[in-house]
Design a protein around this ligand. Structure first.
Ligand SMILES: C[S@@+](CC[C@H](N)C(=O)[O-])C[C@H]1O[C@@H](n2cnc3c(N)ncnc32)[C@H](O)[C@@H]1O
Length: 315
């Protein structure tokens, strides 16, 4: 309990810095803990990881928060254009790869810190992590053997999976070389051996087959042809294997190429590939209390409120 008290204080100190620089997120950052009683347990690990990556240095933490603000601002500006034009601005994967994933400074200072802060302060990301910890990880307890995460990024999800199930051995694949550096630090912080990260374009091939468990979170919308990646994941998964999959819907970003307009579109694509849907949730980016309110969820979806489809699938 003492430990949770410390991490709650830590999150409060992040929130204070964030609101002093970016007061417009006051409501959403206050509402997420209010509407989600398990917030302290879910937010604990990303909060500690941020402190570790920033070496508990207030100046480094402030810089990482500025990275999160930069990311939120880019989203906001691009989202206004998206609502007007109904298409995402970028279409060229090679351009995004060169400007974003291969840009070491941007990935280190803005992109990965922003993704980690999103688990604390963005309602859709908090919900992704909640579902991963509370629903997906318990389902994987009977599994053993190989795991592979596509677009492993900072490595938090794979690290949590491996921490909770010592019978699994994992690798990650990511196109950005920075993913390996951050995943190394995150997995070691959680007391694991470093998770091997292969720097590859997952759309070309998935180099580890026969996986018992796979993860592909926030990657599909980054590809011009997400269906092709889903087919490769299906081929790389064992019969009966489990996949944790998320995909952004009606949500612009610095690197989103493929527009999903509803969670039906995502579900239809995964079922068309052959997967069976075990869990189907939608995580909204909103300050509203949508979690147990079906009608509000339907209204938000109809209004094209940005959200994330969160699916647990089996082969
Ligand atoms: C939004 S991040 C998601 C990171 C992490 N999975 C999460 O849920 O926070 C997308 C990740 O996918 C990686 N990525 C994008 N396109 C890829 C590709 N074609 N092959 C491998 N990785 C890719 C990016 O480098 C980035 O780390």
């Amino acid at each position: 309990m003492e430990h949770l008290k410390n991490s709650t204080q830590q999150i409060e100190s992040y929130r204070r810095i964030l609101l002093s620089l970016y007061p417009e997120v006051k409501q959403i950052t206050e509402n997420i803990p209010t509407y989600n009683p398990e917030y302290p347990f879910i937010a604990d690990i990303p909060a500690q990881i941020i402190a570790h990556l920033c070496k508990n240095d207030t100046q480094k933490i402030t810089q990482a928060i500025q990275g999160y603000i930069h990311f939120c601002d880019t989203f906001k500006q691009k989202q206004i254009e998206f609502v007007r034009n109904k298409v995402y601005a970028y279409q060229d994967f090679a351009q995004v790869n060169a400007e974003v994933y291969q840009n070491k400074a941007y990935m280190t200072q803005i992109y990965y810190p922003a993704l980690l802060f999103s688990y604390l302060f963005s309602s859709n990301y908090f919900e992704i992590l909640r579902i991963f910890l509370q629903i997906f990880i318990p389902l994987t307890q009977q599994k053993q053997g190989k795991t592979c995460e596509i677009g492993i990024g900072h490595g938090l999800l794979s690290s949590l999976l491996l921490k909770n199930n010592p019978h699994l051995q994992g690798i990650g694949i990511d196109i950005s070389p920075v993913a390996r550096e951050v995943t190394d630090q995150v997995s070691q912080f959680l007391g694991l051996s470093p998770i091997p990260v292969r720097i590859e374009d997952a759309t070309q091939a998935i180099s580890q087959k026969e996986n018992a468990v796979m993860i592909c979170a926030e990657v599909l919308e980054h590809l011009p042809n997400p269906e092709k990646l889903l087919q490769s994941i299906y081929a790389a998964l064992d019969e009966g294997g489990l996949l944790f999959l998320t995909a952004s819907i009606n949500m612009e970003s610095v690197d989103h190429l493929y527009l999903f307009q509803s969670d039906e579109e995502v579900v239809s694509m995964v079922e068309g590939t052959g997967f069976k849907v075990l869990e189907r949730r939608v995580a909204f980016l909103t300050a509203q209390n949508y979690r147990n309110d079906e009608r509000l969820q339907q209204r938000l979806m109809k209004r094209r409120n940005p959200c994330t489809s969160v699916l647990i699938l089996s082969k």
